[in-house]
Design a protein around this ligand. Structure first.
Ligand code: ARG
Length: 584
């Protein structure tokens, strides 16, 4: 099944080819003047330039070829050589019926499924998640769902930060705090008691702050990190406890966001592969000694600026962030052998990934180009700088979700839903509204763009917001419930009125939206489509009163359009990680 845009593009391409011109000029776009045309081709201009001919003359030839195409109600030249096309009601009817009958609501599928690993979320032991992790989770979850939906075999991995310097810091901090924990650490004796999340939350920032000022403290933590990594039993036991406590809490937070990982592996899981990796690097002559450390130089000819080498083993003998990332590429190759790994991580880590990728290609762990860093911008405060709490600290994910929920409750009360919904449904809906608000606000921007956090605007039921889309979906649901209650069923679609035409064309555009989101690894194209769909539906609903339709046939057709719109809307929203409530 193919979308109208593509089918038409092929026909226009064939017309160019018949004139001895490249079929590539045939690409059509949705018309920017819907009052004049549905689609347009601007190819005659480029073709004329390439062939040294007159664009209007080429456009006239193309029109000649397409004039008798039964799908076209009209085809005309405009301006210097644009070709405007309008489809017949029959062509739109046929396509709308296809989409209505399609469980995937018109969505495309990849031709050659690949194995894709999405590395996202990236939380760390003991460090509370902040809004950077929020963006990674939201974007990564959406990409994982999109790739999977289009047919790839996809695994999402949280890549838990559980093996670096912060672990050494925690061991030192815990040992100083409580002699019983110190005994576990040093002698591997006794039990670990009363060391919960609250303790970790307190110890970590304290230790991190102290390490910045106090060199001795920092050195102790470095040594502890190295000793942990070389397997000191008491350190390992304490470490396992930290990991467990953190993971349980983090999983709860992710669940609140509707984010679920297939794999919850950590940096530490790559540790056993490091000796092999070091061998591989040595065998290829890639590992060099530099001031007591082992590094890999990854510079390439033509680099515009000097990239620092990848630090593999520090002078203390520790594995670094880049070490575990490189070993993880090997681990993933052995376990899943992915065609593609997508790293959804803050743009500020671009250099790190460039180093890891180049080293992976050099040592032969991945094929050139099969590792992609999908960087994203920051969520900023009103001052344009990364968002801070009123106290000046980083906003914790947990607090952000709570804030959004509170705001959502307030909005629902304003809309008079406090009395209408049972307390349970009210909470469930507030939850969905909060998640939709946060996610849509994030995903409507291209991921590389930074945006300003404005909870008031994000949670509004009007404008380009998540709650607005939920509201539109709920409107359709209640229309369908009402129709069912009155005994009306959906029937064959017939496209006739302008508002129906526009809705059918928007439904058709799902193919292009998903194809683009997939190619650019950019969910904002899905978000944009969801918004356009809700707008087209709104116009349609205003122009075509469904339940009051003059004939049963028309009502059945309008109901089918409404049903199809809802299915497509829920399909797209689900790929954004947004679920719709029944009432709001
Ligand atoms: N834990 C890291 C952080 O908080 C993100 C991990 C990203 N993934 C990776 N393979 N390095 O910054």
């Amino acid at each position: 099944m193919s979308d109208l845009k593509r089918v038409l593009g092929e026909a226009v391409g064939a017309a160019f080819a018949a004139e001895g011109l490249s079929a590539d000029h045939g690409r059509v776009t949705v018309s920017d003047r819907p009052d004049l045309a549905d689609f347009q081709s601007n190819g005659a201009l480029a073709a004329a330039k390439a062939a040294g001919r007159n664009p209007r003359e080429i456009a006239a030839k193309v029109v000649e070829h397409l004039k008798s195409d039964p799908r076209l109600a009209s085809i005309e030249i405009a301006g210097p050589g644009f070709v405007n096309m309008r489809l017949t009601g029959e062509a739109l009817t046929e396509r709308a019926r296809q989409i209505a009958a399609d469980p995937r609501a018109g969505a495309p599928a990849v031709e050659q499924p690949r194995r894709v690993l999405v590395d996202y979320g990236g939380p760390n032991v003991a460090k509370p998640m902040h809004v950077g992790h929020l963006r990674s989770s939201i974007i990564g979850e959406s990409l994982k769902r999109l790739f999977r939906f289009l047919g790839d075999e996809v695994v999402g991995d949280a890549h838990f930060g559980d093996w670096g310097f912060q672990m050494g810091l925690l061991i030192v901090a815990a040992s100083d705090e409580n002699p019983a924990w110190a005994r576990v650490a040093e002698q591997d004796e006794g039990e670990i008691e009363d060391l919960g999340l609250d303790v970790l939350d307190r110890l970590y920032p304290m230790a991190a702050g102290r390490a910045k000022e106090d060199k001795d403290y920092r050195d102790r933590a470095r040594r502890a990190t190295a000793e942990l990594q070389s397997g000191k039993p008491g350190y390992l036991r304490l470490w396992r406890h930290f990991v467990e406590v953190s993971r349980t809490a983090l999983k709860r937070e992710f669940a609140a966001l509707g984010v679920e990982f297939d794999l919850w592996k950590g940096e530490s899981d790559a540790d056993p592969l490091i000796p092999q990796m070091v061998e591989d690097l040595k065998a290829k002559g890639l590992l060099v000694e530099d001031q007591g450390a082992q590094i890999v130089r990854i510079n390439r000819e033509g680099d515009k600026r000097e990239l620092p080498p990848l630090l593999v083993i520090s002078s203390e003998g520790s594995a670094m962030y880049g070490t575990t990332d490189l070993a993880t590429v090997l681990d993933r190759r052995r376990s899943f052998d992915p065609h593609l790994i997508l790293y959804v991580v803050d743009q500020r880590q671009a250099d790190h990934f460039e180093q890891v990728f180049r080293a992976s290609y050099l040592v032969g762990y991945a094929e050139e180009g099969s590792l992609e860093h999908l960087g994203f911008g920051t969520m900023n405060g009103p001052d344009g700088k990364p968002f801070k709490t009123r106290e000046g600290g980083v906003l914790k994910l947990h607090d952000l979700i709570e804030m959004a929920r509170e705001k959502a409750r307030q909005r629902l009360h304003e809309a008079g839903l406090g009395a209408e919904l049972s307390p349970e449904d009210f909470e469930g809906t507030a939850d969905k509204v909060a998640v939709a608000a946060i996610k849509f606000a994030d995903l409507q921007n291209f991921r590389g763009t930074s945006y300003i956090f404005d909870l008031d605007r994000f949670t509004s039921f009007e404008g380009k917001t998540g709650p607005y889309l939920l509201y539109q979906s709920v409107r359709i649901k209640s229309l369908l419930r009402k129709a069912e209650g009155e005994g009306h069923a959906a029937g064959p679609i017939v496209i006739d009125e302008a508002a129906e035409r526009e809705l059918a064309l928007t439904l058709d555009a799902i193919d292009a939206a998903m194809t683009e989101a997939y190619a650019k690894r950019a969910p904002n194209f899905l978000a944009e489509h969801a918004y356009r769909l809700s707008q087209s539906f709104s116009k349609f609903y205003a122009a075509c009163p469904v339940l009051a339709a003059p004939t049963p046939q028309l009502r059945a057709s309008l109901l089918a359009l409404a049903q199809t719109t809802l299915r497509q809307m829920e399909t797209v929203l689900a790929l954004l990680g947004i679920a719709t409530p029944e009432r709001m």
